[in-house]
Design a protein around this ligand. Structure first.
Ligand code: CO
Ligand code: ZN
Length: 332
């Protein structure tokens, strides 16, 4: 499990450029699914057919990560950039960016007021001495990601892009564990979530599921002077109640809570006051899809060092497996 998380978090996949991640996932799961395909937006869709009278469940975990895109290179060879997805400006200074060809740069700021650090005061230094030298290495419009290695602290792990490679890892592990599911399972490794839930939207339209479940990270309230929130690392899978993109269908919330109780899976309730997940797009598809989310509690979300607890990841896998095998007549 940890090795899967390491491989997935070390892969390169800013929004729109997720193929390294989807290819990696494909090699991990091909032997365990009935069918596997990629759609126009790059979503990887893996199917386990299940019993013929089961319900159609779409599980979604996004493969893309936040990053930067180069907008301008000045004559001294410094790069200016825009952010891709919700990048926290306060986490950028001194951090490193990696481009697809392996070029590394450091982000720093102009002489600026620390209290009012704006993106246009920041630049990336790739060590070039002129615009020409810089242009040989990185082009305008190139996408980059944070350059950080995976760290194993025991129960806790730190990496870039835990959001949402840890969700991808949950689905990969569940795919390997589920043998003959009660329901028809569509595991969708979605693209472009961080820029507006885009991949999930087209995938859900095509699949027309009876139930949609996003597997993604959520923030926690267990750090010094954190915003009040009843989610902590190590206390189990988080069952979403709401976020800004979705109010979880009451029946779906109940199904997940009952499953966790019945199978003695540790869980906690997530009420997220901002942010969204793929379920936000799925539930508004066609005439509507009952939807919910299983979240992995994560500290420092959208920074280059996101921290999770492996026990919560295992609980999330157990909940996905339990749902795959549950008769879902209450949805009719
Ligand atoms: Co995110
Ligand atoms: Zn996410």
């Amino acid at each position: 499990m940890k090795e899967t998380i390491r491989q997935l978090t070390e892969a390169f996949g800013p929004s729109g450029y997720e193929t390294e991640v989807t290819s990696l996932i494909k090699t991990m799961i091909t032997d365990f699914v009935d069918e596997i395909k990629t759609d126009v937006l790059g979503n990887l869709i893996a199917i386990k057919k299940g019993a013929s009278n089961g319900h159609k469940i779409m599980f979604a975990a996004h493969t893309d990560e936040i990053g930067v895109v180069v907008t301008h290179i000045d004559k001294e060879g410094f790069l200016r950039f825009a952010t891709v997805g919700g990048v926290g400006i306060s986490t950028l200074v001194g951090n490193r960016v990696r481009f697809p060809n392996g070029i590394i740069g450091v982000i720093y700021h102009e002489k600026a007021d620390w209290k009012d650090l704006k993106i246009d005061k920041l630049y990336i230094d790739i060590g070039a001495e002129s615009k020409e030298e810089a242009m040989e290495q990185v082009k305008i419009g190139e996408f980059g990601i944070f350059h950080r290695e995976f760290c194993d602290l025991g129960n806790r792990l730190i990496a870039k892009s835990m959001d949402d490679r840890v969700g991808c890892a949950v689905l990969v592990e569940a795919i390997k564990k589920i043998k003959e599911p009660r329901n028809a399972l569509y595991f969708v490794f979605t693209t472009q979530e961080e820029v507006g839930l885009r991949g999930a939207r087209t995938a859900a339209y095509d699949l027309e599921p009876d139930l949609g479940i996003a597997v993604d990270v959520t923030i926690t309230g267990d750090m010094p002077e954190a915003r009040r929130m009843e989610v902590s690392l190590g206390k189990g899978a988080a069952i979403k109640v709401k976020d800004s993109s979705l109010i979880v269908h009451p029946k779906v919330k109940q199904i997940l809570m009952d499953l966790a109780e019945k199978n003695k899976i540790p869980y906690q309730m997530e009420v997220l006051e901002f942010g969204g997940t793929d379920a936000g797009a799925i539930h508004l598809t066609r005439s509507g899809v009952p939807s919910g989310a299983i979240s992995i509690p994560t500290r420092y979300v959208h920074s280059p060092s996101e921290m999770i607890d492996i026990r919560d990841v295992e609980a999330s896998v157990d909940l996905v497996v339990a749902l795959a095998n549950k008769e879902l007549n209450e949805l009719n």
